[in-house]
Design a binder for this molecule. Structure first.
Ligand code: FE2
Length: 277
């Protein structure tokens, strides 16, 4: 039994993205461009009065985008007719595979839109699979009650329960965890998988070190992590199997080689993005 500790803290960096949006980026920036298999983590905050702000039509290829909402609602639609709205506690795990072209825009309401977008890489053998959506509403996401915590289990297994999202190459763990007491809490993590915590509310203490809100803590290897904090402290815990493959990246396209990126840009420029295989 090896306890994971904090390797390094990365306070999120305010970064302009999409159309008039400021995201708080922790993965996908110069000093943490990849945390294999994770390519990007943005905390999105769209003030309710930010008219027209959002993520108008754009493509993706070669990886998966995960949206998890804390407040407000986002509407998404793609070129082949998929469409939906996700609200607080809902998740969308979208496997872009060989390509999608979609938009993600806030639904006007009296609430700020707040949520996360995580990019999970696909292994070489799956980069060109057909696109797939797993939309899971908060009612479908199990609440796992452990000693000292409640976890909304989006993906992975915890205390014998299975998360709502299934069959993802990275065998991910994705949970939104709230501490329910001031006591020490032990959370299992698969040894050998990349794992991190991201603070939402309050300070999480790991090995005497505090992880504040809007900060990502990369964890060392091990099979569990011990955390502590005041009741009500809330954070994401995310883990996944590294691909250990080269990453070639150009904006919303993530492949293994420069040649594959050039071919992707060619498909995009020649209007055959959605029909390419
Ligand atoms: Fe997108």
């Amino acid at each position: 039994m090896t306890a994971r500790t904090i390797d390094r803290l990365y306070p999120a960096v305010a970064t302009p993205e999409g159309q008039g949006v400021t995201v708080h980026r922790s993965i996908g920036r110069p000093d943490l461009s990849v945390l294999d298999p994770f390519l990007l983590l943005d905390e999105m905050v769209l003030p309710k009065d930010a008219k027209g702000a959002g993520f108008p039509e754009h493509p993706h290829r070669g990886f998966e985008t995960v949206t998890y909402m804390l407040s407000g609602r986002m509407e998404h639609g793609d070129r082949v007719g998929n469409h939906g709205v996700i609200g607080p506690g809902d998740a969308q795990w979208m496997t872009a595979g060989r390509g999608i072209i979609h938009s993600e825009m806030p639904v006007a309401s009296d609430e700020d839109v707040r949520g996360f977008q995580l990019w999970v890489n696909l292994p070489a053998a799956q980069k060109m699979i057909p696109p797939r959506y797993q939309d899971v509403s908060r009612d479908e996401i199990p609440t796992v009650k452990g000693e000292g915590f409640n976890a909304q289990l989006v993906a992975g297994s915890l205390l014998g329960e299975e998360g709502a999202v299934k069959d993802i190459a990275a065998r991910p763990f994705f949970a939104d965890i709230t501490l329910t007491s001031d006591a020490d809490v032990t959370l299992p993590v698969d040894a050998g998988h990349t794992a991190f915590l991201y603070g939402i509310q309050g300070d999480i203490i790991v090995g005497g070190e505090a992880v504040p809100a809007r900060t990502l803590a990369v964890l060392s290897d091990g099979d569990h992590v011990n955390v502590r904090g005041k009741a009500g402290t809330r954070f994401l815990m995310i883990a996944g199997k590294p691909n250990n493959e080269p990453v070639a990246r150009y904006g919303p396209f993530v492949m293994n080689t420069r040649e594959e990126i050039m071919a992707t840009i060619d498909d995009w420029n020649k209007g055959r993005f959605l029909s390419a295989s």
